[in-house]
Design a protein around this ligand. Structure first.
Ligand SMILES: Nc1ncnc2c1ncn2[C@@H]1O[C@H](COP(=O)(O)OP(=O)(O)OP(=O)(O)O)[C@@H](O)[C@H]1O
Ligand SMILES: Nc1nc2c(ncn2[C@@H]2O[C@H](COP(=O)(O)O)[C@@H](O)[C@H]2O)c(=O)[nH]1
Length: 203
């Protein structure tokens, strides 16, 4: 047992609203958690900033990071690599701070193997039609990419059984409240509280 921060993994199909909910949680200032910026070979969308939304790298750079054992997890998703740089996550957890990963399901399962004491939350859409509407309304993907993402979504939703919690993102404030409640509850689990006391008494 250690005094590490809590690793929170938020997954769910593309377009369900993970980024929107994460942003709302940050604005809510509910809890001091740190977002792990992922690395990707996808091209930036208009308005996306390197080092803020993603670290945008070439395929060669990404593969070099894998070869260097620099990734906590990674996956290929609709023609691109996506992954979590390990260094930031470890440093932040070691400093006793919570870290939020916003990743797809293949990567989440790798994290589950490596960090079984993480909290795994699956964000679901109210239904698949609404999911398609959200991706379409976002306006960042062409029709072929939307179809590929929707095709993936059906398989991803089947993976929900591997998560600790499912949260429906019907209305953003509701989804935020549900996730905050989960995190609060997880912080009150006895092994974590004992951990905190050990820290207080210097054990
Ligand atoms: N509860 C909601 N009701 C209606 N629209 C929503 C809701 N949550 C998010 N959206 C909208 O859905 C679209 C997709 O949201 P967002 O980009 O946050 O999804 P995501 O899951 O992070 O996607 P990706 O995994 O592809 O990055 C955005 O246009 C966002 O404004
Ligand atoms: N396995 C990982 N998946 C990730 C990571 N960062 C983002 N993602 C997921 O990829 C898809 C597509 O994202 P988009 O920005 O192109 O719409 C989506 O499900 C993201 O959650 C990561 O580091 N690892």
């Amino acid at each position: 047992m250690s005094n590490r921060g809590m690793l929170i993994v938020l997954s769910g199909p593309s377009g369900v609203g993970k980024g929107t909910v994460r942003q709302a949680m940050l604005e809510d200032e509910f809890r001091d958690f740190h977002y792990s910026v992922s690395m990707t070979t996808r091209k930036p969308r208009p308005g996306e900033q390197d080092g803020v939304d993603y670290y945008f790298v070439s395929k060669e750079e990404f593969e070099q990071e894998i070869a260097n054992d620099g990734m906590l997890e990674y996956a290929q998703y609709v023609d691109n690599y996506y992954g979590t740089p390990m260094k930031y996550v470890n440093q932040t957890l070691d400093a006793g701070r919570d870290v939020l990963l916003e990743i797809e399901v293949q990567g989440a399962m790798q994290v589950r193997d490596k960090c079984p004491d993480g909290v795994f939350i699956f964000l679901t859409p109210p239904d698949l039609l609404e999911l398609r509407n959200r991706i379409q309304k976002r306006g960042t993907d062409d029709q072929a990419t939307i179809d590929k993402r929707m095709h993936k979504a059906a398989d991803e939703i089947k993976m929900m059984e591997n998560y600790d919690y499912a949260v429906v993102n019907d209305e953003i404030p509701n989804a935020v409240k549900r996730i905050e409640k989960i995190i609060e509850g997880e912080h009150l689990r006895v092994p974590r509280v004992i951990d905190l006391y050990k820290k207080m008494i210097g054990d």
